[in-house]
Design a protein around this ligand. Sequence first.
Ligand code: HQG
Length: 192
Amino acid sequence: MNTTQLNETSKFLSYVLRHEPQAIGLQLDNEGWADIESLVAGAAKAGRALDISLIQAVVSSIDKKRFSISDDGLRIRAVQGHSTPSVSLQHIEREPPEFLYHGTATRFLESIRQQGLIAGSRHHVHLSQDIPTAIAVGQRHGKPVVLKIEALRMYQKDFKFFQAENGVWLTNHVPIGFIYQIDVQSSARSAL
Ligand code: HQG
């Protein structure tokens, strides 16, 4: 199994386990679990050779822990990042640290200034625990920019925070008053 094969399989699993299970006739329960046998059968019908050893290799090789397999080994799910309406994962609600970070791209800033951070097509706004992770997330969209979020102050004002199994922090909406843009080089912060 080479890295390309693992990455491609990971993308395919993200697609069907987070966004479009119906593309291969797969059912997810509302906690996001899919039967591995049905996943393999659905993938085969769609012309993709997938087997349990490849799935296990992807699950254990990805440092971000995107997926988890049930204790009985029969089911798999994505631990966060869903957009499909068939899933409503009950994430653990938690008190966040004082600050969390959101990586985005400069082209979104104007709209974020108007609306704050919104979940868009996903179920939550995703927040990172550290700046390097936020930079990597932002780079996926263009020229990265890191926003510093006053998470604890939000929590004290009754905004809910959740933590996915892989450590990613989630919330429903971040109003503009809790967001600062930080200059990653000098770590100075300014109002957005
Ligand atoms: C932006 C990855 C305009 C938001 C990562 C982001 C993450 C706005 C984009 C996970 C906005 C949505 C999620 C507003 C937010 N106006 N744009 N008001 N509010 N945005 O991909 O956070 O690799 O849905 O800044 O590790 O980039 O998939 O979310 O740029 O945890 O496992 O709208 O995906 O994990 O983009 O990434 P996304 P994200 P995986």
